[in-house]
Design a protein around this ligand. Structure first.
Ligand SMILES: [Mg+2]
Length: 482
């Protein structure tokens, strides 16, 4: 926000030293700030560098004359809005028309009357001021639009916070603009985004070091510290802010349902003037948008956690707690893709408990379920950490063995079958014992192009095991003679 009291800056361009001196003196006496240059080239450079509020431009100058300079300024969108007052010793109508044709706002004949000159400069400055106000309003509205679009978008909340601080800093030029989340514990805040540092993410801060933030939380009202080095509110942190190039601080509480859920924190190196109702209104709108963003983020993220939790539940088997078929298919796809990418083997072993119907029929379903739970534990206790055990359904279980070739997988499957076969079932009626047959499928292998093919291969092998190797494991096709 520009200081209201700053004097307007006028650039005087004339090749005659006397005229430059006269003009400057009169302008300074009337309260303007002036700079002087002696030719067209330096005029163009000075306008770019100084961004004056008005240019008084001599027409007749060596090399680049006033018309050419004026045309160049008006052709550049960055400088086109700066009013140009042509100063000309030419009195012909064509010359004046040429000046206006070059885009000059006004002209004055030499020798000029100082009163008239000042009046014309002031008129141009009023136009410029209106223009600046409109440009600023457009800038503010654009920023607000960006923020409101971001808030209602599907962007990640981190990106939304980033847009909020970036656009707020555009409306209120600041050296730092951050969005701080005020959590349940009133001692801490979390910096969610800071426009001068994109890496900031949930940075925990102790609020005792920010009395101005605490004040905004306490009063639920904006806090403006015009000079942080002298303001009494900053007494407790005077030492800490000593070295910081900092003048004003503005803290805007972000309020939702009468509770401060965050603050927008602005720090500026120049004194802030936030007095106009329009500026205060803008800040209010931004803070409301930030409240919506924080609220949405909270709702969405807790929703996301719930969905993740729910999804987890639907991926686990109720009885055994093992991953279920759905989860297995997902893991199988992942492992298969990995095996393809790394050209490493992947084995899939499908276990099926033998004659399990008998267990249920003769011993009851409750005991049958217990047996299934024991089998799940045995399987889990007999595989490596990188292996995946899942309940495929009923009395079928799958073990995925990454980085395991045909020989290794067959040996492993047979070992597990042995463990199951020799596991005692205390209290089981006569004729009931535990055993499982297993089919082994291994990638890479003939006819295995997809994860589904691998599972199918294991299923075919299981079928063969049931026929010829009950209680033990086989491959889909007989192993070649050793
Ligand atoms: Mg001249």
């Amino acid at each position: 926000m520009q200081e209201q009291t700053a004097p307007a800056r006028i650039l005087v361009v004339d090749d005659e030293p006397l005229i430059r001196a006269q003009l400057s003196e009169a302008l300074v006496r009337s309260g303007f700030q002036t700079s002087q240059v002696v030719d067209g080239e330096s005029a163009l450079e000075a306008v770019k560098r100084l961004r004056p509020d008005c240019v008084i431009l001599d027409v007749l100058m060596p090399r680049l004359d006033g018309y050419m300079v004026c045309r160049a300024l008006k052709a550049d969108p960055e400088t086109a809005h700066i009013p140009v007052l042509l100063l000309t010793a030419l009195h012909r109508k064509e010359d004046l028309l040429q000046g206006l044709g070059a885009g000059a706002e006004d002209f004055l004949r030499k020798p000029f009357d100082l009163q008239e000159l000042l009046a014309r400069v002031e008129a141009q400055l009023r136009v410029k001021q209106r223009h600046d106000a409109v440009a600023k309003e457009r800038n503010d509205l654009k920023a607000l639009l960006e923020v409101s679009q971001a808030v209602s978008s599907t962007l990640r909340s981190r990106d939304i916070f980033q847009i909020i601080v970036r656009e707020t800093a555009r409306i209120i030029p600041s050296t730092r603009c951050s969005l701080v989340l005020i959590a349940d514990d009133p001692r801490y805040g979390f910096v969610l985004a800071s426009h001068d540092d994109a890496a900031v993410d949930r940075l925990k801060i102790q609020l005792v070091k920010y009395p101005e933030v605490q004040e905004a939380i306490r009063t639920k009202a904006p806090v403006l510290i015009d000079d942080a080095h002298t303001h009494p509110l900053m007494d407790s942190v005077r030492e800490q802010v000593r070295g910081i190039p900092l003048t004003s601080i503005y803290v805007l509480p972000v309020i939702l349902r009468n509770q401060v859920i965050g603050t927008l924190f602005l720090r500026t190196a120049k004194a802030l003037h936030l007095h106009s109702p329009r500026e205060l209104k803008l800040c209010q709108v931004i803070s409301d948008l930030a409240a919506t963003a924080l609220h949405n983020a909270h709702t969405y993220e807790s929703l996301e956690v719930n969905v993740a939790h729910l999804e987890q539940l639907t991926l686990l088997d109720d009885l055994t707690g093992l991953p279920n078929r759905r989860f297995l298919r997902r893991r199988l796809e992942e492992e298969f893709t990995r095996a393809q990418r790394h050209r490493s083997p992947l084995a899939c072993v499908l276990f099926d408990l033998d004659d399990f119907k008998q267990v249920n029929d003769r011993w009851g379903h409750a005991r049958g379920d217990e047996v299934l739970q024991q089998v799940a534990k045995l399987l889990q206790g007999n595989v490596r950490g990188s292996d995946v055990v899942a309940r495929f359904g009923g009395e079928e279980f799958v073990v995925l063995l990454p980085m395991t070739d045909e020989a290794g997988a067959l040996a492993e499957a047979r070992r597990i079958c042995h463990v199951l076969r020799t596991h005692p079932l205390p209290g089981a009626p006569r004729g009931i014992s535990l055993s499982a047959s297993a089919g082994v499928g291994v990638f890479p292998g003939p006819e295995i192009r997809t994860a589904e093919d691998l599972l199918y291969q294991a299923d075919r092998a299981l079928y063969r095991a049931k026929e010829t190797h009950k209680g033990d494991a086989t491959l889909a096709a007989p192993a070649p003679p050793a």
